[in-house]
Design a protein around this ligand. Structure first.
Ligand code: GRF
Length: 231
């Protein structure tokens, strides 16, 4: 019998990525796809900000882009419905918030409740909202970090899948700390998306499951290894 030596293409998970700024997390996802560390396809990148650097990154990678300027809409709900109108026909398996600096309406969150993910630069539930790096420094925290989570109704809430710890060093200012946190963000975001692509991770809107078991505490990315929280 003839043997077909062509590698069986792995199924790619489809993504829509929402950005507002520089798009370094978007770039990390693009790079992970290019380096075959992530079996995903970005269907489109949407920005609420026409000058977002991430739009150039998407264009360079030949990814379709949309600008939906929130200032052109009378309220949050109408803006979010404009987003839904772009996202829905693309049928993404994940809607990926990557530095998207808009508060989302309940309508949008409910619409994508089992597939809406975000990255936040703190060890949630600590430091929701803005200015997390300065807060960690002001409070003399020994450890800061980043969290990847599914999105629920309150700001920067929802079940956390992976956290990465970053030590706060003597002499750190918010910029030096932010850049070390970003390095870790760029690792854990593609990693989490790959878990969904592999069919290992899912969320039903209430409960996270990893490898068919409930995941009740975030995994911890520490010293280049993914660990259970208690390890
Ligand atoms: C990141 O720190 C992310 O955690 C936060 O916004 C920042 C976006 O950075 N939500 P970038 O646009 O991905 O470079």
């Amino acid at each position: 019998m003839a043997c077909d030596k062509t590698a069986v293409a792995k199924k790619k998970i489809s993504l829509v990525v929402l950005i507002s700024g520089g798009g370094s997390n978007l770039q990390a996802i693009i790079d992970a796809i290019k380096n075959q560390q992530l079996d995903a396809e970005i269907k489109t990148v949407i920005s609420n900000n026409v000058s977002a650097g991430g739009l150039d990154r998407a264009a360079l990678a030949d990814i379709d882009t949309h600008v939906v300027d929130h200032k052109q809409f009378p309220d949050r709900q109408t803006f979010d419905h404009a987003l839904i109108n772009i996202i829905d026909p693309l049928k993404p398996e994940l809607v990926v918030l990557a530095g998207f600096m808009r508060i989302l309406s309940d309508d949008l969150i409910d619409h994508y409740v089992d597939r809406l993910i975000n990255i936040h630069p703190s060890l949630l539930p600590k430091y929701k909202g803005l200015n997390t790096h300065q807060l960690a420094i002001n409070n003399h925290d020994a450890v800061h970090g980043a969290s990847v989570h599914y999105v629920s109704h309150e700001l920067d809430s929802g079940p956390v899948v992976i956290q990465a710890e970053v030590p706060v060093l003597d002499g750190d200012d918010k910029n030096t700390l932010a850049s070390r946190v970003l390095e870790q963000e760029h690792r854990i975001y593609p990693m989490m998306i790959q878990m969904v692509a592999d069919g290992r991770l899912s969320f039903d809107g209430k409960q996270l499951s990893l490898d068919k078991k409930p995941l009740n505490k975030p995994l911890l990315w520490k010293e280049n290894k993914l660990r259970n929280h208690d390890e």
